[in-house]
Write a protein that binds this ligand. Structure first.
Ligand code: CA
Length: 226
């Protein structure tokens, strides 16, 4: 799950980035409208957190422009204003939800999860099934033989990419680009470590994820021919 934070106030941006990264999301940041404009069209984000008060252009104008260009990614507005008129203006500009500053981080997380759930429900079929694994997009959970796996959002995303490409070799670079930050160099070791965690959580079914030497990983529905 990739999130873009558009906020010119460093302390807020740093705080949000740290918090969301700890939750397992991949986070990019932009400080100006121009920077945000470029990033939104170069990268594929699952959600944008957009501050209304920005240097250059305000968040509402930016959001309206993105919608006019056909960008459909959910936008959560951060606003310092609480007037009803401003809220309506935000929703009119095409934002999906808004939070009034100051807000509790827990509330931001709750809003964000709701938006992501709504989004994935619209985009994908509810369930993806591979062998003993069932990935439920609407609940954002994976079951293995009927038991819900205790996995982080990042491990969920890895499994999602592998399940969408079952039987195919998935390179570490593709996993990195799909799951981690786009602003940084691919880090194969981090990918390997997280796949390792995921295997551990799959227990007896860990052999479903094969390491393909020099190439990446492949998910097999029935690794032992069962
Ligand atoms: Ca601001």
């Amino acid at each position: 799950m990739k999130i873009l934070i558009v906020e010119d106030e460093r302390p807020t941006s740093t705080f949000l980035k740290r918090g969301l990264t700890e939750e397992g999301y991949s986070v990019d940041t932009a400080e100006t409208a121009t920077e945000a404009d470029e990033m939104v069209f170069v990268n594929r984000y699952d959600l944008v957190i957009l501050d209304v008060m920005l240097p250059g252009a305000d968040g509402l104008t930016l959001c309206r422009r993105w919608r006019e260009r056909g960008m459909s990614c959910p936008v959560l507005l951060l606003t310092g204003r609480d007037a009803v008129r401003d809220r309506v203006a935000g929703l009119d500009a095409g934002a999906d939800d808004y939070l009034v500053k100051p807000f509790a981080f827990e509330e931001l997380l709750a809003r964000l999860r709701a938006l992501l759930r709504r989004r994935t429900g619209e985009l994908f079929e509810q369930e993806l099934v591979v062998g003993p694994l069932t990935l439920d997009h609407s609940r954002r959970e994976v079951k293995c033989r009927g038991e819900v796996l205790d996995i982080t959002p990042r491990e969920y995303s890895i499994l999602e990419v592998l399940m969408q490409r079952v039987g195919q070799v998935v390179s570490r670079t593709l996993l990195w680009e799909s799951v981690w930050e786009t602003q940084s160099e691919p880090n194969s070791n981090v990918v390997d470590v997280n796949v390792g965690y995921l295997r551990k959580k799959l227990g007896d079914d860990s052999s479903m994820i094969k390491t393909i030497r020099g190439a990446g990983y492949r998910l097999e529905a029935h690794p032992d021919g069962n």
